[in-house]
Structure formats: C-alpha cells, structure tokens
Design a protein around this ligand. Structure first.
Ligand code: ADP
Ligand code: MG
Length: 556
C-alpha cells in the first residue's frame, strides 16, 4: 500500500505511528485528522467538533501515540469515552496504531467486567488507559494515585458523556490528574455545558470545527418516501425488495418498534435482529459481531442502542421513524458511508413530519430526493434478478453433479426438460410471487405524496400492518376484469377511467362493474359479451394524457 505524498507523512507523526497508518491501509488523513494532528503534536489543548464517522479516533490517537514514551511503564494518556462499546473501540484502535511500538500497552477500563484484570494491566504499566468515567471513578476510589502520571487527556464524544450524566464523575477525574497536562475534547455538538468544561479545564484551547457538510455526508445518497404511519412496515418490506444492500440498520423510536419490525422482517426471510436498551450487553455484542460477519444483514435499533456502532458492511441506513432532531439524523446516517465509502440513507416521512424533513435538509445542507414506493414491476424485476444471481453460478457445474439425475427424472416423470425445470423453480422459490399479476395482488395500497389522505396517525410502535391480506374478489357474473397500467401515481381517479370508457366505448354506466384504482395500475369490470370488440374500440383511448391500454386481466 503506498501513500500519497503530502498525506499522513506530512503531518509530523512518529515514524512507527506513520508505519501503522500505512499498515491499516489509510491513504490520506480525513479533514479532522489533517487539522487536529499538527495541533495536538504541537502540544496545544484543543476542542474538535466533527460528526460521527469522520475519523476522530485516529485524529487524537496518532499524535498522542507519537508523544508517548513507551519505555516509561506508567499511565501517560487517558481517553474517556461514554460507553463500554466505544471504550473498547477506541482501545482497539490504539492497539492497531501502536502495533509497531514495542513495549506499548493499552488497557480498557469499563463496567460490567471484573476490576481485577483491569487493575493488573494498569499496575503492569499500560501507558494508555481508555475508560468509561463511572468505572474509572471506582478505580480512583480504590487507588487515588492511578492518574497521577497522566500527561494527555482526551474526552471523546463529550456531549454523549454529559447526556449520560457523567458530569460529576468527570469533575472527580479532573481533580485526580496533574494540572500540567495536555487536554483534548471531541464532541459532535458544543452545548453550553461542554463549553463550560472547556473553559474550566482546558488551557486556551484551539478550536477545530469540521462543518456539518463533511465528506461523510457527501458520500451518502439521501432519499425520502412519504408514507402514512400505519403503513410503514409494509413500505419497509417493499423498499427492502429493491434496495441493493449489504448490511442495513433501521432506526425506530421505541423498544417495542424494534421488536415489531424485526419480527415482521424475519417472517419475510431476512436475517434480522432487534437492538434496544433492554438488550443485555453481551447479547448486544453478539448482534454487532453477527452484523459484521454476515450472519445478520439487518439490525433494527433505537438511537441509544446504536450509539457508536461502526460496522463497515453497512451500506444502508433506513430511518423508519424520524429522529428527534437533525443532529441525530446526521449521527444515524453516519453509520453508513464510513471512511468515504458510498452509502445510502432512506427516510420515511409521514405527512405531519414534512417540517422536520426541511430542517434536516437545512442542517445537512443537502436536498433529500423524494422517491416513490417501488411498484409491482420493480419488485418483480428485483426478485427475478436475485433469482438469476443465485442460479447463475450453479449453471457452471450443476450439470456434472446433477445431469444424470435430471435425465432420469425426465424419463421417470415423462415430462419435458422445460416442465421439470419449471417445477423445480416453483419448488425453489417456495410460493414467492414471480409474475406481475401475482406481485400486484400481494402489494398493499400505499398512498403517495401527491395524494395524501387524512387519517389518524399512530406511532410506529403499533404500525404493524394488521389489515388482513386482500382476498381476491370474485368477478361479477357476466363481467370480465380488465387492467390498465395507469394508477393514482399517473393522476388517475375512478371518474376519469369511467368517463373515458363511457365516452369511447359507448357503454352505459350499468354495464360497468367495480373499479379499483391502485397506485400503479387499475382494474375495471367490463361486460364479457363483446369484450374483445370493446377493447379494440378503446385501443387508442388516452386518460390524463396517457395511453389507457386496457387488457383482459388474468389471475396469474
Ligand atoms: P468517529 O470517531 O469520528 O465517528 P472513527 O474514528 O470511528 O470516526 O472512524 C470511522 C472509520 O473510519 C473507522 O472504521 C476508521 O478505521 C476509518 N478511518 C479513520 N481514518 C481513516 C483514514 N484516514 N482513511 C481511511 N479510513 C479511516
Ligand atoms: Mg468516535
């Protein structure tokens, strides 16, 4: 792996640390790294403000490692992080970046694990302590001198630490450290409480701010879909059919909603798990590991449960419920597009939430594109594409392994290869709808932005699609059901369709049966008698400026 000139090499890092950046394959510093590294190396206190996923860990870890003396076996750097998960992540990063520094060791200090081994590692001379504030205070109460040799302090995700109520613990920790030290604070936001801490405990800090519109956000395609609250689950199911995702994280607001949506998607055959505040720490780690290695593809999470989650496989963030503020939106979508990779963020918006959509656009400085719910044709195409992709690799050698069996089955059953192949397909696809008509029948009606309906909205907690599946309605005696590809999204209403057929077909109103207008198609019952002639008559009819192309509709 080569590094571009003027990249990390120009920042003044210690050669062993620089070597580690090459080893992990970083090509160039991210904006926050480019700005923060020289400032920290120069010994200044600093406040760094940047969103999730901008590479803040390396921004402080690389310069601090460059300044640590590995031959001194005593705590030199203290990194405070809000959660165990984040502390472990930061500790792992320090280990990675110090691979070429013999004698350097890192200890992670967090609750929920025995204190003994953590104490032992500190006694053995770990130079870097990565800790959650609560557990560190426990250590201090046993040994008030643990932090007496600290020269570098980092507060990582300071705003989150305060939100989690660590203010008092932080004060205890500040007191236990030498005043003569370098302090660095990283935070996505800078509320007054954080500025207060900086004023009190940092010495003329340099302020580095990476504007909201970071490379991370730019690498993410954002789209939204208008939907009614009680139709979110079915909208999600349909979106997932056509979105080409590797791993996806779906955000909802409540614990119950994580369970409901995960259950609904599991029924559809996805490898999915729920992540919420009730889920035990070790189970949570199992879920994250499974998402990392592909045993899971979807995690349905609340904001709290997803904090700090960093899984490079995540290509999609699906905001099923709106975040409470634009900042959390930016935080959420930072789960994808990690380290400059392309990501996609989807947002479901209910009619009442339009205003929130606008403020998200203002904060991110980006327009979010409106998308429509995929229609039956798109769903069908996606299904066929998946089927093709799953079968194509088998074609190369399946004949060798199964060719003889095939011949025998054809002979035994006495059918054509095509008939047998079709039977196998039916079996392999397990009843999945794979014709346009069949897909259309299973798609529930979802209104689009252009045709919002007034109705009461419920929270997504109870948004599971409880409406019974639409049973095929029997056609009225003597009538045939006909179909057009025009629907509400083409601006069609029943009266337009009726008008056109009455005018051009020369029928009476009584001759026409039920009319069903759907998003992407419509159905109308017409007299069986003389139907072919009628359809020929209507051949060139246009409705709302579009060709009607009415056809006899066959189930399947
Ligand atoms: P933050 O703390 O700002 O949310 P992280 O420090 O967790 O971000 O970094 C996010 C991801 O980007 C990590 O997977 C990290 O390995 C990767 N990363 C950081 N810096 C670089 C870089 N210069 N080049 C490539 N990847 C990087
Ligand atoms: Mg971080």
């Amino acid at each position: 792996m080569t590094q571009i000139p003027g990249g990390f090499a120009a920042l003044g890092l210690h050669p062993n640390v620089l070597a580690a950046t090459t080893a992990v394959g970083y090509e160039e510093p991210s904006p926050i790294q480019e700005q923060a590294i020289p400032v920290i190396l120069a010994g200044h206190d600093m406040i760094g403000q940047a969103q999730t996923g901008t590479g803040k860990t390396a921004a402080f870890a690389l310069p601090i490692l460059s300044k640590i003396d590995p031959s001194k076996r005593e705590p030199q750097a203290l990194i405070l992080a809000p959660t165990r998960e984040l502390a472990l992540q930061v500790a792992t990063a320090f280990e990675t970046y110090s691979k070429q520094m013999p004698g350097l060791s890192v200890v992670a200090v967090y609750g929920g694990a025995p204190m003994g081994p953590q104490l032992a590692a500190i006694r053995k001379g770990a130079q870097v302590i990565v800790a959650t504030p609560g557990r560190l205070v426990d250590h201090l109460s046993r040994n008030g001198q643990v932090l007496s040799t600290i020269r570098f302090l980092v507060l990582d995700e300071a705003d989150e630490m305060l939100k989690l109520g660590f203010m008092d613990d932080l004060e205890v920790i500040f007191e236990a450290m030498p005043a003569e030290r370098q302090s660095v604070l990283f935070s996505a936001t800078l509320p007054a409480s954080i500025r207060g801490i900086a004023e009190k405990h940092l010495r003329t800090p340099k302020h580095i701010k990476i504007a909201n519109k970071t490379q991370t956000v730019e690498a993410i395609q954002q789209a939204f879909l208008m939907v009614h609250a009680d139709q979110k689950v079915s909208a999600v199911a349909r979106l997932l059919e056509v979105e080409d995702f590797d791993a996806l994280i779906a955000f909802v607001r409540t614990k119950q909603a994580t369970l409901d949506l995960a259950a609904a998607l599991e029924i559809k055959g996805y490898k999915v798990a729920a992540l919420n505040g009730d889920i035990a720490q070790n189970q949570r780690e199992r879920v994250i590991d499974s998402l990392k290695d592909g045993r899971l593809d979807i995690v349905v999470a609340t904001d709290v449960a997803a904090r700090g989650l960093d899984v490079p496989r995540i290509t999609h963030v699906l905001n099923v419920d709106m975040p409470y503020d634009p900042e959390s939106y930016v935080h959420r979508i930072g789960r994808t597009g990690r380290a400059g990779r392309e990501g996609r963020a989807l947002l479901l918006v209910t009619p009442r939430e339009r205003r929130m959509l606008q403020s998200v656009e203002r904060v991110t400085g980006q327009k979010i594109t409106e998308i429509r719910l995929p229609d039956a044709k798109q769903v069908l195409d996606a299904r066929i594409k998946k089927l093709t992709n799953s079968l194509a690799p088998l074609v190369a050698d399946a004949e060798g392994s199964h060719g003889e069996l095939l011949d025998r089955l054809i002979a035994d059953i006495g059918c054509s290869p095509r008939a047998l192949a079709a039977a196998l397909l039916r079996k392999a696809t397990n009843g999945q709808a794979l014709t346009l008509a069949a897909v259309e029948r299973e798609q529930p009606l979802v209104p689009t932005a252009s045709a919002p309906r007034e109705r009461s909205e419920r929270s997504s907690t109870d948004s599971t699609d409880r409406r019974p599946p639409r049973a095929p309605v029997a056609v009225t005696e003597g009538r045939a059901r006909c179909r057009t590809a025009l629907g509400t999204r083409d601006g069609i209403a029943a009266k337009n369709l009726l008008g056109a057929i009455l005018n051009e077909g020369g029928l009476t109103r009584e001759a026409i049966g039920r009319i069903q207008i759907r998003e992407a198609f419509s159905l109308v019952e017409l007299p069986e008698e003389g139907l072919d002639r009628l359809l020929a008559k209507l051949k060139d009819t246009r409705v709302a400026g579009k060709a009607l192309k009415l056809r006899r509709y066959r189930e399947d």
